[in-house]
Design a protein around this ligand. Sequence first.
Ligand code: ACO
Length: 386
Amino acid sequence: MTPTACEYRPGLEGIPATQSSISYVDGQHGILEYRGIRIEEIARSSSFLESAYLLIWGGLPTTIDLKAFEHEVQYHRRLKYRIRDMMKCFPESGHPMDALQACAAALGLFHSRRELSDPAYVQNAVVRLIAKIPTMVAAFKMMRKGNDPVQPRDDLSYAANFLYMLNEQEPDPLAARIFDICLMLHAEHTINASTFSAMVTASTLTDPYAVVASAVGTLAGPLHGGANEAVIAMLQEIGSVDNVRPYISDRIANKQKIMGFGHRVYKVKDPRAVILQGLAEQLFAKVGRDDYYDIALELELVIEEKLGHKGVYPNVDFYSGLVYRKLGIPTDLFTPIFAIARVAGWLAHWKEQIGKNRIFRPTQIYEGPHEQPYISIEKRLQLWEK
Ligand code: ACO
């Protein structure tokens, strides 16, 4: 069947790419659910590992299943020395997302059996990727400065251990809980660009390490996961509350996007941004307000006034950076942290995809010429010399 121009939608906007029971978004009413459970409920009551289990295995675990999953993840946190040796060769100036993509792909070299129909293989891959990705991010942070990576600590929770490996200091329990909630909020979000990339890669029946590496590369872009870094750069550039209005007017006049705002699906404030703003305020109450928070509040007001009619409101990336800054996390680790969380969603979609696989092979509308003559290089030279 030849597609017609009227069937084509740039960015595949609104085109269903799969049938899925992992998560649900209602962009008009600001609703997000994981396996039918509202994100607000998950953020209030669950943990990252429990919500990862929910997303990947399809239901909330029993106490025994959760303990077993937590124990397995804790057991596999360490990196193989060959991966650490490989990381020593990475340039200090390289972006941590590129380092993470390389490490996720390299992990596949150690588990190349690729028996996708074996539940034990699937379980092992899920555990290893969830366990080792935070260690890779923290190790790169230390090793790019020539320091040894901080070894994971078995007595700490998933979130607390990551903050410990980053800062070589056991985090305050509130900081660890807030970070765990941030991971839950970023764990899954239907068919966004990186998840679609994961699904396309999965549909070739390659290994899950290649699936995650492909998704990490897609998440890195500034229109997707990379926006949280860009938000901090923008707040820095604006510099003061008084400068918000002229800055926004200038960007809108020049048809430039304002980072941390707008979403393909949400036409109201992203429910995750609402929760993140609350977390930022909890953290500010304990350790002091962030210098950029007043600028952020003014930005939200001005954007609502100028772009609210187009459905442009804060997305998940707008307040996450302010939380991470207060947790002492360097700006270029914001997107790798997004990846630590989103690996749960990618793996859930990988598992769903291989369970009912058909390789992705869309079509195109060809716009180029036909029946062109081939001109030999000698003739082309003569033509160019004229
Ligand atoms: N700043 C200014 N105007 C905006 C913004 C924005 N951030 N977002 C959307 N708009 C405007 C568009 O210019 C467009 O206006 P028009 O109808 O007059 O042309 C209208 O709102 C509709 O927006 P689209 O561009 O059609 O939205 P699309 O679905 O293509 O893009 C996207 C969504 C990429 C997220 C966009 O809003 C954007 O670039 N935002 C900034 C980057 C960002 O924060 N990305 C993170 C997204 S969340 C995530 O990936 C985890």
